[in-house]
Design a binder for this molecule. Structure first.
Ligand SMILES: C[S@@+](CC[C@H](N)C(=O)[O-])C[C@H]1O[C@@H](n2cnc3c(N)ncnc32)[C@H](O)[C@@H]1O
Length: 255
């Protein structure tokens, strides 16, 4: 842990965090992180936060069951995020979806599980090639540990959803997206969260989006200094982007 991280943690600590330090040390980091997000939300720094059903009012009408994987998931999406992405899919029934960052396929599997006619859906999901160590991207040891868990597409195989998926391999910074320009109903950006990648992935997403499409970014926290947050805050000067309350999703709706 760096001195900067210790000071950042102290800034958002309180008496309750001492309790966690003594009894549940592992939960302390999550708690401090949540405090930090709440602090910047209250200061109204960053993209405006809205409840999900204010951004997607049509989804209130859904009276069908939203299908969710019940086991503990590792893809980094919270249960609330998986519920909302599944709800969007249930209502809009996208036909063409592009995901940057497959990992264990948790988000893609939820998309596939909430489609009524699987034969009408194609999910294109891009991840680094299995031999990514030789690739141009430098990952920290911590990132490598996370990336090596079970990828790519573990849940897609497990839930027998491989037929709706085209697994693409490549580094999103150099990948040729031009084949998909103007075609995508839904795009989920969840690859490398460093500045050049988030900027390039977002530019490609706007090119791939069709006239009524939706872009969702994962890991937007509204914390100044974080690369996804800084980039999207800048982008929100030109596009109407909202953050979904109680999630790290930022969304853009075209049309
Ligand atoms: C946070 S995980 C994605 C989680 C996934 N969306 C899910 O639902 O489980 C990030 C993924 O992005 C991939 N990734 C990282 N950098 C990338 C790049 N430059 N191009 C393509 N994929 C990348 C990683 O290999 C990793 O599998």
């Amino acid at each position: 842990m760096t001195i900067k991280q210790i000071f950042s943690g102290l800034k958002f600590a309180n008496l309750a965090s001492i309790g966690l330090l003594l009894t549940r040390k592992k939960s302390l980091r999550i708690y401090l992180h949540q405090n930090k997000i709440a602090y910047f939300n209250e200061k109204q720094i960053g993209i405006p936060v809205k409840p999900f059903y204010e951004i997607f009012p049509e989804c209130i009408e859904i009276d069908e069951t939203i299908n969710l994987i019940s086991e503990p998931t590792t893809g980094g999406l919270s249960k609330t995020e998986l519920y909302y992405i599944s709800t969007i899919v249930k209502y809009f029934q996208p036909k063409q979806v592009f995901e940057i960052g497959t990992f264990d396929g948790c988000a893609s599997a939820h998309i596939a599980l909430n489609i009524k006619r699987p034969d009408s859906l194609k999910i294109l999901t891009l991840d680094l090639p299995p031999d990514r160590e030789k690739h141009s991207v430098n990952f920290s040891d911590q990132e490598m540990e996370f990336l090596d868990v079970i990828r790519p597409g573990y849940y897609l195989k497990k839930y027998d959803k491989l037929e709706v998926v085209n697994q693409l391999y490549g580094d999103s910074l150099y990948f040729d997206f031009s084949l998909y320009y103007g075609k995508m109903d839904l795009i989920f950006i969840d690859g490398n969260h460093n500045q050049p990648f988030i900027e390039s992935d977002t530019k490609n997403a706007f090119l791939m989006l069709n006239k009524n499409g939706i872009i969702i970014w994962h890991d937007y926290y509204g914390i100044p200094g974080k690369q996804v947050s800084d980039y999207l805050i800048k982008l929100s000067n030109d596009y109407t982007i909202f953050r979904i309350k109680d999630t790290s999703f930022a969304v853009y709706r075209r049309g």
